[in-house]
Ligand binder design. Structure first.
Ligand code: GDP
Length: 324
């Protein structure tokens, strides 16, 4: 199928065309890359924007339950919801987001929802690009909300935060009075901390955890992109469908405020710049693993190892050769 036909189908919300296009952007084959870039180019105008929500949390915290309940709430309001995952596959047993059939079973049958299993390759740079392009395809297909899920390990939160308009951190009620070892950097990325499982016996612990995090968030530096009261912590129960409406309301308040004060556009512009620079960096790294650069690296490396050149002089020479 040619690019124009494929673009038209995606714009009309054809899910098979969307799924095929995502497979195309996930491919590393040079001819697929060229087709993917042509397709993304064809879909740029007229521009459609979804609300991109990043969601992070350790395994077992309730991400899939949350996505299912929250997703169904949104589709119930008539919104179209896409779900993507950013995971180095090693981070999740079974590899794929749908490996476990029970994951988001009801949402996956909802005609207003589209769920994409996580790609199987695990290189973070590649995952970032593929997910970014998959998000762009979902936006072009007219989805209102794109949920981007990541398991809370390593650098994937940073990738997801750079792909999102809002970043949610899902936590479980703490057993003791410790703050669950959540890294400060991740807390600083979060727009909303949702303490899940605020139901039954776990409810008192969940409310205590919310209070702890609310206190901790107040100690963080106020960010220019936040209205008063944000970032905030809220209790939810994904299982009992409790508190998700309040969480959605908080998200909408944040979005409205950011749009009104110019932060929405500024953040998207800064993200576009970030991804441009990241692509160039990745491209340079890729070039180093190809000939003739690879051979030059090896031979300069040999001379450094022999003591014929210092590392600094050899590196300067390599960079000079790259810059030509
Ligand atoms: P994920 O690994 O983060 O995707 O977590 P899951 O959504 O698979 O949930 C892990 C376990 O926690 C499952 O047994 C869920 O039924 C349970 N769970 C998820 N949300 C809630 C909740 O709101 N309350 C309670 N009590 N259990 C929950």
């Amino acid at each position: 199928m040619d690019t124009a036909d494929c673009a038209r189908l995606i714009r009309n919300g054809d899910r098979r065309a969307l799924a095929r296009a995502i497979t195309l952007v996930e491919s590393a084959r040079p001819d697929h890359r060229a087709q993917a870039l042509a397709l993304l180019g064809a879909l740029r105008e007229p521009r459609r924007e979804a609300l991109r929500i990043g969601l992070s949390g350790t395994p077992g915290v309730g991400k899939s339950t949350f996505i299912e309940t929250f997703g169904l709430m949104l589709t119930g309001q008539g919104l179209k919801v896409a779900v993507l995952a950013v995971d180095p596959s090693s981070a999740r047993s079974g590899g794929s987001i749908l490996g476990d059939k029970t994951r988001m079973e009801r949402l996956s049958r909802d005609p207003r929802a589209f769920i994409r299993p996580s790609p199987s390759q695990s290189q973070l740079g590649g995952v970032a690009r593929r997910t970014r392009e998959a998000v762009a395809l979902c936006e072009a297909a007219g989805f209102d909300v794109v949920l981007i899920e990541t398991v809370g390990v390593g650098q994937s939160e940073t990738v997801v935060a750079e792909l999102s308009d809002l970043f949610l951190l899902l936590l479980a009620p703490a057993g003791g009075d410790e703050l669950q070892g959540v890294k400060r950097g991740i807390m600083e990325m979060a727009d909303l901390i949702l303490v899940n499982k605020a139901d039954g016996d776990l409810k008192p612990a969940a409310l205590r955890t919310v209070a702890d995090y609310a206190g901790a968030l107040q100690l963080l530096r106020r960010r220019p992109q936040d209205p008063p009261g944000f970032p905030k912590a809220l209790p939810v129960s994904a299982l009992a469908d409790d508190g998700l409406d309040a969480a959605w309301e908080a998200m909408q308040t944040l979005v409205a405020w950011r749009k009104e004060h110019g932060h929405w556009d500024r953040t998207r512009a800064a993200q576009a710049r970030h991804w441009f620079e990241e692509e160039v960096r990745q491209g340079l790294l890729a070039a180093l693993s190809r000939e003739p650069q690879k051979g030059l690296m090896a031979s300069l490396g040999d001379r450094v190892a022999e003591g014929a050149l210092t590392p600094e002089v050899a590196a300067a020479e390599m960079l000079r050769l790259l810059g030509r």
